[in-house]
Design a protein around this ligand. Structure first.
Ligand code: DC
Length: 240
């Protein structure tokens, strides 16, 4: 088997498939870093909300981000996200950002800037699990392994409701399900970088699987294609 130039594993899929938890656990088991591309779109939403740039003006958003500089501080795990001098790591998880980001992420000029920025990160950090919506289809189509995580909307809604209730937040299952279906529709019908399982990507339905089962499945599929020398040795599973 020839040695890969880097080990980039892409992970795409809709919200509620456990992508970010899976990405972290998988990366830890394989000895890779993690790129959360959703965080970058969330930072653009913060620019719209906090700096008065129109959320549907992708050109202006991209220009402002280029001016201020968007960067991860990789000395932290997970990396912290900085825009200019401002640490946005907590801000990007606020409720107003959840709403604004869906408009922001539809803007082609902003997407083009993000795709480029993600490729630059991929060159600087070539041992990477990168998660988002378009990582295997647009950003890294030549990645050594590309996964598409999916789950039935009802399962994703149930997981989200459980998560919200565990955080002490009220949650209405029907409303959450409707929101998930609407968001899927928006993501799948976006002209630029729509949410798709790219040809050649491996689709995994996580509906009936636990988080650890998904991680193990992805780990074994990755180890099949990446030479062992490039990865942290396999070890026993520690279930939570
Ligand atoms: O994964 P997340 O919820 O943090 O993503 C935030 C938003 O950004 C969500 O609306 C999907 C969008 N997104 C995208 O369009 N492309 C990506 N590569 C990552 C996220």
């Amino acid at each position: 088997m020839t040695a890969p130039a880097g080990v980039i594993v892409t992970m795409d899929g809709p919200a509620g498939t456990g992508k970010s938890s899976v990405a972290w656990k998988l990366a830890q088991r394989l000895g890779l870093e993690v790129l959360d591309t959703g965080a970058m779109y969330r930072a653009a939403a913060v620019v719209a909300l906090d700096e008065g740039v129109q959320a549907d003006d992708g050109v202006a958003l991209a220009a402002r981000i280029a001016e201020e500089g968007l960067a991860f501080d990789w000395s932290f795990r997970p990396p912290r996200l900085l825009l200019g001098g401002r640490d946005l790591t907590e801000r990007i998880r606020d409720a107003d950002v959840n709403v604004a980001v869906s408009v922001v992420a539809r803007q082609p000029a902003l997407r083009a800037a993000m795709v480029e920025a993600q490729r630059v990160i991929g060159r600087a950090h070539p041992r990477l699990v990168t998660e988002g919506r378009d990582q295997g289809s647009v950003v890294f189509p030549d990645a050594v392994v590309r996964f598409y995580l999916d789950a039935h909307p009802e399962v994703r809604a149930r997981r989200r409701v459980d998560q919200m209730r565990a955080q002490g937040r009220p949650a209405d299952y029907e409303a959450v399900l409707r929101a998930i279906q609407q968001r899927d529709h928006l993501d799948e019908t976006r002209v630029d970088g729509p949410l798709v399982c790219a040809p050649g990507a491996q689709r995994i339905d996580t509906s009936g699987l636990t988080l650890d089962q998904v991680v193990l499945e992805l780990e074994s599929r990755t180890r099949i294609v990446v030479p062992a020398d490039f990865l942290t040795p396999s070890r026993a599973v520690q279930t939570a």
